[in-house]
Design a protein around this ligand. Structure first.
Ligand SMILES: C[S@@+](CC[C@H](N)C(=O)[O-])C[C@H]1O[C@@H](n2cnc3c(N)ncnc32)[C@H](O)[C@@H]1O
Ligand SMILES: [Zn+2]
Length: 279
């Protein structure tokens, strides 16, 4: 719930602390009097500017993602993420009640929920899509879901997080560094070059350029060092419906092709998790 994480949030307008007021009809109020209503579905929007970025997942994409992840196809990735996050929290030299886990571009909260099962901390699921935030808000009792832009200044207090997660989502190393406790770790998961290879070939989908390990290292080089790397590989046997879900939950340009899927088949899953320690 939002009340589990409010201590770690800050006002997007003036960066002062927020408190929870009211019940029912909860809202967050900052020291300067800025007010943010908690939506009926349990998330709060702390977007500083106007509308959501064009990169926000739509309701349809979020539904495809929820269905696909719910069937357990990416359980191996979740296990890996939860495992490395738990090790990071153990070694974080910060008391569990003095920090939280922050997931940037959290989507439905699938990975964060698995991490919170493994560590006894509250978790912030931050995403620019309100459709994603709505699902994340009920993915785990200790999740507080926040709509915000990961490219902008995050409405999160400095040094708040023992672990910052980033799974297939926009990365903002400067802000990740600011909100991470100095003893904490960032866990960043990116696709390997052959992730979903069969689908990319068959449907002419554009592979995301960040499938190159050196790009990630360059992106973080000023603020983090790579402490360890872990890969997760599998071959999934997917039905036509499941293939359509994976294509449909992908970037916008992929999503539009989901209707063309006619058959299932073997699909390569290949991802790499980086554990980064702050410099
Ligand atoms: C490929 S999905 C990954 C979601 C989740 N981490 C997962 O793996 O299931 C990318 C997510 O990033 C979110 N996103 C895109 N642009 C964003 C931004 N500027 N700030 C925060 N989230 C953003 C999307 O709404 C979407 O939920
Ligand atoms: Zn304020």
């Amino acid at each position: 719930m939002i009340s589990d994480v409010v201590d770690w949030l800050s006002c997007p307008h003036c960066a002062t602390a927020l408190i929870v007021e009211g019940s029912p009809g909860m809202r967050l109020v900052c020291e300067e009097g800025h007010v943010f209503d908690v939506a009926r579905h349990g998330y709060v929007s702390l977007l500083a500017g106007g509308g959501a970025a064009g990169t926000a997942d739509t309701a349809e994409m979020v539904a495809e993602r929820a269905a696909f992840l719910g069937a357990g196809h990416y359980d191996g990735i979740a296990e890996l993420v939860a495992g490395v996050a738990a090790v990071a929290v153990d070694g974080a030299s910060v008391a569990p009640d003095e920090s939280c886990v922050l997931d940037l571009g959290a989507g439905t909260g699938y990975y964060l929920a698995r991490v919170l099962d493994a560590v006894d901390q509250p978790g912030i699921a931050l995403d620019i899509s309100k459709h994603a935030a709505r699902l994340a808000a009920r993915a785990h009792p200790r999740i507080g879901a926040v709509v915000a832009d990961a490219w902008a200044g995050l409405p999160v207090r400095g040094r708040a997080a023992s672990v910052v997660l980033n799974v297939f989502a926009p990365r903002n190393p400067r802000e990740m560094r600011r909100v991470l406790h100095p003893g904490g770790r960032a866990v960043v998961v990116v696709p390997e070059p052959d992730h979903l290879r069969e689908l990319i070939e068959e449907y002419g989908l554009m592979a995301v350029d960040d499938r190159k390990p050196e790009r990630l290292r360059e992106q973080f080089a000023d603020r983090f060092t790579v402490e360890s790397e872990h890969t997760c590989r599998a071959t999934l046997a997917l039905s036509a419906t499941e293939v359509a879900q994976v294509v449909g939950m992908g970037p916008n340009a992929w999503h539009e092709r989901a209707g063309e899927v006619r058959s299932g088949g073997a699909v390569t899953v290949a991802v790499r998790a980086y554990v980064l320690s702050p410099i």
